[in-house]
Design a protein around this ligand. Structure first.
Ligand code: GDP
Length: 368
């Protein structure tokens, strides 16, 4: 079979254009044979609102850029898109590497597109992607069916350094995707560490993929997954593994009783399925849709989104203060000396930190 990237149809449709392809004719960039006009913020907004995935992909690149000019333009685009956003369901999907996230997302995505039409964006939060120089999550080659579906947009994780930075960019990308008419957003994340918390803070439903027989049941309970999960699904419930999966599901259900009832009033469910064989997929999505109906009816849906917006306001303040501090050249010049004095025991951590902060605040005062 011809590789989809080589087919005219693929190029013509510019499907899944999370990755910009120079070969795609972009009417905004094409001015004569060689001349290229830079897109203005208005061009981006117009393209996004028209649902143009090529422009959307480029706007996401702008959001991910560390160039201050790009950042300023990205903020303008986001602000203009904001009134057109919010009309989607946002699903977080978490699981340790090997849990079957990409296999499952491919199946889940095809299921929801067949079931309710619309458009699906698959985004990711993977703070390790910078270290590994290639994002692990959200890579379209991992999702064979979705990657050639005309109504899907797959975007790998931004690699922006700190988890806060990566997560903020994913959150901003959600806004752009929604403005472009994507009414279903999946946010994939690795089931280890803080990235789960970040993902949880931007979705309406947080789905945790677990495996049987890994001892993860208990780890998950320790790490507070039980408080975060709106649904726990045990994957690979096929072949010889069926019994073990049902046992794991029972253990999770029992453990859930030990936790206080969630604020949503919803009792998280535990289901078994097989992403690979496509078994139990409908039941997983029955659960998700049932939850959405439930929280829309009791007002929790809006409450959670409002709380998330507040959370992200503080996250943005914290991140910008931190960046402003560390990117200040005078501070940067003093940091290694301060570090050494703490390591040598010449200064306490607090004294060194306070001296640096005093210098920073003095500099700020002088500036104004
Ligand atoms: P990820 O790292 O979480 O994205 O996991 P992948 O989707 O790449 O899957 C990891 C491995 O598990 C692959 O070899 C898959 O073929 C396999 N796998 C995924 N889902 C299932 C399933 O439902 N049943 C079985 N038996 N294997 C699966």
């Amino acid at each position: 079979m011809e590789h989809p990237e080589n087919s005219q149809e693929y190029r013509g449709l510019t499907v899944n254009s999370g990755v910009e392809k120079p070969s795609i004719v972009n009417p905004y960039l094409q001015r004569g044979r060689f001349a290229r006009r830079r897109l203005t913020a208005a061009d981006y907004v117009e393209g996004i609102l028209r649902g143009d995935v090529t422009i959307l992909g480029q706007a996401v690149t702008l959001v991910e850029s560390t160039n201050p000019q790009h950042q300023a333009m990205a903020q303008e685009v986001i602000e203009k898109c904001l009134p057109h956003s919010g009309k989607s369901i946002r699903i977080g999907i978490s699981g340790v590497p090997g849990a079957g996230k990409s296999t499952s997302i491919d199946e889940f995505g095809m299921h929801v597109l067949e079931r309710s039409g619309g458009r699906l964006a698959v985004l990711a939060i993977d703070p390790s992607s910078e270290k590994t120089k290639g994002s692990i999550l959200g890579d379209k080659t991992r999702m064979e069916k979705l990657s050639v579906h005309p109504d899907s947009f797959i975007r790998p994780s931004p690699s922006a350094g700190s988890l806060g930075g990566v997560a903020r960019k994913t959150r901003e990308t959600i806004i752009l995707c929604e403005a472009a008419g994507f009414d279903k957003i999946f946010v994939e994340t690795v089931g280890v560490g803080q990235s789960e918390t970040a993902c949880h803070s931007m979705v309406d439903f947080f789905l945790v993929i677990q495996l049987a027989n890994t001892g993860d049941e208990l780890q998950g309970i320790k790490r507070g997954i039980m408080e975060m999960a709106d649904g726990i699904v045990i994957n690979k419930c096929d072949g010889d593994n069926v019994e073990a999966c049902h046992l794991a599901a029972r253990q999770f259900r029992n453990a859930l009783h030990l936790f206080p009832a969630p604020e949503s009033g919803w009792t998280p469910k535990v289901l078994c399925y097989s992403g690979f064989y496509g078994l139990g997929i409908r039941e997983v999505w029955d659960m998700v849709y049932e939850y959405i109906d439930f929280v829309r009816a009791n007002g929790y849906f809006q409450h959670r989104r409002a709380e998330q917006a507040k959370f992200w306001m503080y996250e943005t303040i914290n991140e910008q203060l931190r960046n402003n501090f560390y990117n200040n050249p005078a501070i940067a010049a003093l940091l290694s000396d301060a570090e050494r004095s703490v390591l040598d025991g010449r200064k306490t951590s607090f004294a060194a930190a306070n001296a640096l902060l005093d210098t920073y605040f003095d500099l700020m005062r002088q500036q104004h």
